[in-house]
Design a protein around this ligand. Structure first.
Ligand SMILES: Cc1ncc(COP(=O)(O)O)c(C=O)c1O
Ligand SMILES: [Zn+2]
Length: 387
């Protein structure tokens, strides 16, 4: 294994990887895995050309993922999702859709949970707890079941019904909270020591992001190691965005890609847009968004612990942040569905709507290669689409 340790994303303090832990013990910010990339680079068997013969799942990038080599990952076939060219709604761009709805439990959350549950089990956790907008809960429930661990899932009462039913049928203990995902997180924080739960919250656990970074490896591989010009990503807690950026840096250190980075755009809902607001105000951190509401439950995250990391990436990449109205999201979903044959989640639909506004604002030139992440399936949101 090439995992060297964990490093605080804010103060840089080093932490040992070999025990279960959450945030930096000094400043309470997220910990990121440090991979021995110089060591990986020396391997003959791990090069872009050798990947083709490997498993389609995200574990094809095993050398840059945590988990000792002799430990079997908890896997349901996550990753290896298609990159589909847009045929009709491209608007003059070289537009591609990374369709994450084909993952186990129908969302990109499976990537993070496969890696995080594998590590949690290896490090001795027995009871896992997570606050979830819906899809992360479903993914944790599935991987915990597969691993023989307990899953305790806290979701807002207005989470899409499909997510709630899915978690229960996968054997998780589900608690519905009258509040937002932040209230769910607070409830876990209050009870976890007494209950013996390991907290699997976004970025409060160091390995979900390692699973999410495979979005970046996979995208580079599918684009023949030339990163696109622009990425549009629906952002709640931000692990996808932060994970991909980490992957780009790692791949450059491995000599797999050059210095070019895509312009990264965070897409949020106007009813809950803390990152958009902070980006526009030139702030380094995002304050809690009041009265957070949107039909895109995955974007109903009023305060994210990785806010400073996201804002830094958006600025360093020369990208930005866009907010989309719910009504526009829902209309766009039908447009994408009827023209491209993909039943996208509202979060994915938001990115297509954001592309239109970035295009009108002249932020993207025609012919540029643009990637939109459809992070989940519309099937989970029947109550919203049928309303
Ligand atoms: C479908 C979907 N898209 C996007 C997001 C936001 O993801 P992240 O929290 O990694 O920013 C979520 C989170 O729940 C989601 O379920
Ligand atoms: Zn720190």
């Amino acid at each position: 294994m090439f995992l060297k340790g964990l490093e605080c994303s804010s103060c840089g303090l080093q932490h040992d990887w070999s025990r279960l832990q959450n945030l930096c013990r000094f400043c309470q910010k997220p910990l990121l895995a440090v991979i021995d990339l110089a060591g990986v680079r020396k391997l003959d068997g791990f090069k872009p050309s050798s990947l083709l013969a490997r498993t389609k799942s995200l574990w094809r990038y095993r050398e840059v993922l945590p988990l000792p080599r002799d430990v079997e990952p908890i896997s349901l076939g996550e990753g290896g999702t298609p990159l589909v060219p847009a045929r009709k709604i491209h608007g003059g761009f070289d537009l591609w859709i990374k369709d994450e709805s084909l993952n186990p439990t129908q969302s990109f959350k499976a990537r993070g949970m496969s890696v995080a549950v594998s590590m949690a089990k290896y490090l001795g956790a027995i009871k896992l707890a997570v606050p979830s907008a819906g899809n992360a809960g479903g993914a944790l429930a599935a991987y915990a079941a597969r691993a023989g661990l307990e899953a305790h899932i806290f979701m807002p009462r207005d989470t899409p019904r499909a997510n709630i039913v899915e978690c229960r049928e996968l054997g998780a203990e589900v608690t519905l909270i009258d509040g937002l995902i932040t209230d769910c997180g607070a409830e876990i924080a209050r009870r976890k020591t007494k209950e013996g739960w390991f907290d699997m919250s976004t970025l409060k656990e160091p390995y979900r992001i390692e699973g999410k970074k495979t979005l970046g490896y996979e995208l580079a591989e599918q684009c023949d190691w030339q990163l696109p010009d622009v990425i549009l990503y629906p952002t709640g807690g931000g692990t996808g965005l932060i994970g991909m950026w980490k992957a780009f840096d790692e791949m450059e250190a491995l000599g797999w890609i050059g210095k070019k980075r895509p312009r990264m755009f965070s897409v949020q809902a106007t009813g809950c847009a803390p990152i958009v607001r902070a980006f526009k105000a030139g702030e380094k951190n995002a304050t809690e968004f009041p009265d957070a509401h949107t039909i895109a439950s995955g974007l109903r995250v009023p305060k994210a612990i990785g806010d400073f990391l996201m804002l830094d990436i958006l600025r360093r990449s020369n990208g930005g942040a866009v907010a989309v109205e719910d009504e526009e999201m829902m209309q766009t979903a039908r447009d994408v569905g009827s023209k491209e044959g993909l039943f996208v989640c509202p979060e994915g639909a938001a990115c297509f709507a954001a592309l239109k506004s970035l295009s009108s604002a002249g932020k993207i030139a025609s012919g540029e290669r643009v990637i939109i992440f459809n992070t989940g399936s519309g099937i989970k949101y029947l109550d919203a689409y049928d309303a």
